[in-house]
Every structure is written in structure tokens, then in C-alpha cells.
Ligand binder design. Structure first.
Ligand SMILES: Cc1ncc(COP(=O)(O)O)c(C=O)c1O
Length: 380
């Protein structure tokens, strides 16, 4: 069966780039050795892991030995937060995060709260931005870390990571950043942004699902301040144990290499599509775009069309992939916790659609969506 879906759900996941599939297949079919084996097939795999690490590091403007591979952003986030907080030498029990974070952060923080940590959830402004003065004044003597995302997966709102990094560095605490929706779409220099830990995922940047990574500032690993989440055979300097998933690691490396080369071209192309669809959407009576007045990424539009039953719309138009609620966290569609945190009422939150585009999106895709929305509004 051929896929005829008009796909506008790139923040949930992306198709895998054919060049990435080529790299993955090479290590599935031809060079299938264990990267820890000493023979030549093992060496070939070890080289693939090292090359991929170097591609990831180049994309983040850092060195290879600060990068570790994981199964995805959820694991990276768990590793970062639990690894720092539960370390036996850590005595600081206060963690600052925000209501609009992904469930991977919120649920990990709730777990830490259940074992005695104090979690402070910062509120956001109506446009989804955070108040940096409030962040500053929330830091206490026993604050261990601030965990704030780079780009919000539902609204595309961009947090000012450089400013956050400066605040946390000045305060002598860690800045853990969920970079899942930013890595590969926006340039970043982790040192310059003073990010201590950056978590990311392959399947949001044209690599397969089930592979991701984490940047950890060398001072943390050198001083042995983070615990592994998964113990075992000593891979990744003992910080992420388990046989290297060489095919997917090679795929992630390739995706990073492609992203680095094509990031500006993609941004320019997709930004035009964003401008086009926003103009069209705003012509619909009462429609408004969440986070429009604050910095937002070029591929995401979260639009509220008051009164729109998004569940019925999606059901009737299931050849178009858009999302309401947060598709990547659950099959249950509830009012989005991100929109509720932005003080959007539950009805408007339920009437909001997330359109997220990627490098294969076209103006025709968007025209079809607009046409279907207009038809649906007419018959509703
Ligand atoms: C912002 C953000 N963080 C974390 C995740 C979790 O990523 P993964 O699917 O790689 O575990 C996602 C997507 O689901 C996301 O959009």
C-alpha cells in the first residue's frame, strides 16, 4: 500500500532521509560487527560510531568526547536529571523547570519529587515565553539545576537559551536543556550557549526512531558528577552501557551531517511556507496563532480556530496528518498542558491544531489543508 498522506506532523516524527537509510542499511547488511569486538568487522563498526559522534559534535559545535548515544530524547532527559540528582555526592535537592516542558521532563521531575526532591515549575506568559527575572529569583542555595527546553514541541516557542545559560552559569548551577525540537533545525554552539547538558533525538531530524543522544559538558563527566542510567559492559565510558546500536548511530551521524549542510536552505524554504499558511489561517474568523508575539521556530504553527472540533476534523480528514493535543506523548487527546499553562481556556485549547512542516512539505500540502478546514467550517 502506498502512503498518500499529506504529512504536516514533523514535530511528532519525520520521515527518514533516503541518504540516512543508505547509511543504516550498510551497517545492517554489510558491516554488522559489534563495535566492541577487536576483529576487523568490529573495528569497522567502531569507526562508524566514532565518525557519527564527530558529525553530531560538529553540528553542536563541540568535541566528540562530550557526546553519548542513547535510545532517544526521553532516555537522555531521564539520564540527565536522575544522573545529576541521584548522584551520591549531590546534596542539592531543588530543581527548577517549567509547566510547558515535554512529559519526558515533567514526569521525570515528578518521579524525583516522589523521592524527596523539591521541584519548582515556573509559569509562562500568555505567549509561552518565560520570565527570566522570575527564573533568577527562583534560584536558591540548594538549587541543583534548571531544566528548560530550547524549542517547544507544541507551539514552536523558542526559549532564550543563551540568557538562561548565562543566569545558570553565574549562579553556579547546571542548565539541562531539552533540545529535541531545535537540534538540526537551528544552529547551536553548546559552549557559547553555556548549556551543560543538551538532549536530542534522531527521529525529529530525519533519522530513525529509537536513537538519540546527549551532550554533556566535560566538567561534569571529568569530575564524575553524573550517574549512568543504564549499567553494564562499559560502553560510552561506562555512562551509557549496552551494545552500540551501530546502524542507527551511523544513521544519526548522517542525519547530523545533512542537517549541518542544509539547515539554512531548509529554514529559508520552510519559513516561506509558514508565512503563507499563517496569512491564510488568520483570514478564518476568530483564528489566532499561539505564541505569535514571541520568537518561534519556522516550521511550527499552533492555531486556534474557536469552535473547531479538532477531533472530528482530524477523523474526517485522516489523509492529512496534523495534530491536536500532544500526539507524541499519548493516544489520549486531552487539552494540551502547554496551552493550558499559557492560560488558554480548555475550549480554545481543544480547538487548536498543530501544523508542523519539514523539508518535504509543499505549498500544495498547505493549500489542501486550508481548503479542508474551510469546507469543514462551512458544514459545521
Ligand atoms: C520536546 C521533546 N522532548 C522530548 C521528546 C521525546 O523524544 P523521544 O521520542 O526521542 O523519546 C519529544 C518528542 O516526543 C519532544 O518533542
Amino acid at each position: 500500500m502506498k502512503n498518500t498522506t499529506t504529512y504536516l506532523d514533523y514535530n511528532a516524527t519525520t520521515p527518514v532521509d533516503p541518504r540516512v537509510i543508505e547509511s543504516v542499511n550498510l551497517y545492517f547488511n554489510e558491516f554488522y560487527g559489534n563495535a566492541s569486538s577487536l576483529h576487523s568487522l568490529g573495528n569497522k563498526s567502531k569507526t562508524a560510531v566514532d565518525t557519527a559522534k564527530s558529525s553530531v559534535a560538529t553540528l553542536l559545535d563541540t568535541e566528540s568526547d562530550n557526546i553519548y548515544f542513547t535510545s532517544g530524547a526521553t532516555e537522555s532527559i531521564n539520564f540527565a536529571l536522575k544522573g545529576l540528582a541521584l548522584h551520591p555526592n549531590n546534596s542539592k535537592k531543588h530543581i527548577i523547570t517549567c509547566h510547558t516542558e515535554h512529559k519526558a521532563v515533567l514526569e521525570t521531575c515528578k518521579y524525583l519529587r516522589s523521592v524527596g526532591y523539591e521541584i519548582e515549575f515556573l509559569p509562562v506568559n500568555k505567549d509561552g515565553s518565560i520570565n527570566l527575572n522570575l527564573l533568577k529569583s527562583s534560584i536558591k542555595a540548594n538549587t541543583l539545576l534548571v531544566c528548560l527546553m530550547w524549542v517547544n514541541n507544541e507551539t514552536g516557542v523558542i526559549h532564550p537559551v543563551k540568557e538562561i545559560g548565562k543566569i545558570t552559569r553565574d549562579a553556579g548551577i547546571y542548565f539541562v536543556c531539552d533540545g529535541t525540537q531545535g537540534v538540526g533545525k537551528l544552529p547551536i554552539n553548546v559552549m557559547e550557549a553555556e548549556i551543560d547538558i543538551l538532549c536530542f533525538s534522531g527521529h525529529k531530524m530525519y533519522a530513525p526512531k529509537g536513537i538519540g543522544g546527549i551532550y554533556i559538558n566535560r566538567s561534569i563527566t571529568k569530575e564524575n558528577k553524573i550517574l549512568p542510567l543504564i549499567h553494564g559492559g562499559g560502553q560510552e565510558d561506562g555512562l551509557r552501557n549496552g551494545t552500540y546500536n551501530v546502524p542507527l548511530i551511523a544513521g544519526l551521524g548522517k542525519a547530523c551531517e545533512i542537517a549541518r549542510e542544509e539547515v539554512s536552505e531548509n529554514e529559508e524554504y520552510i519559513k516561506q511556507l509558514q508565512d503563507f499558511i499563517e496569512d491564510e489561517l488568520l483570514q478564518i474568523k476568530g483564528a489566532y496563532i499561539h505564541g505569535k508575539s514571541t520568537p518561534r521556530i519556522y516550521n511550527t504553527i499552533n492555531v486556534c480556530i474557536p469552535g473547531l472540533d479538532t477531533e472530528i476534523f482530524i477523523g474526517m480528514n485522516n489523509d492529512i496528518a496534523v495534530s491536536n493535543g500532544s500526539a507524541c506523548s499519548s493516544a489520549l487527546v486531552q487539552p494540551s498542558h502547554v496551552l493550558l499553562a499559557m492560560d488558554i481556556n480548555a475550549d480554545d485549547a481543544q480547538s487548536s491544531l498543530r501544523i508542523s512542516m519539514g523539508k518535504n512539505s509543499t505549498k500544495e500540502d498547505l493549500e489542501l489543508l486550508i481548503q479542508r478546514l474551510k469546507n469543514f467550517i462551512l458544514i459545521s
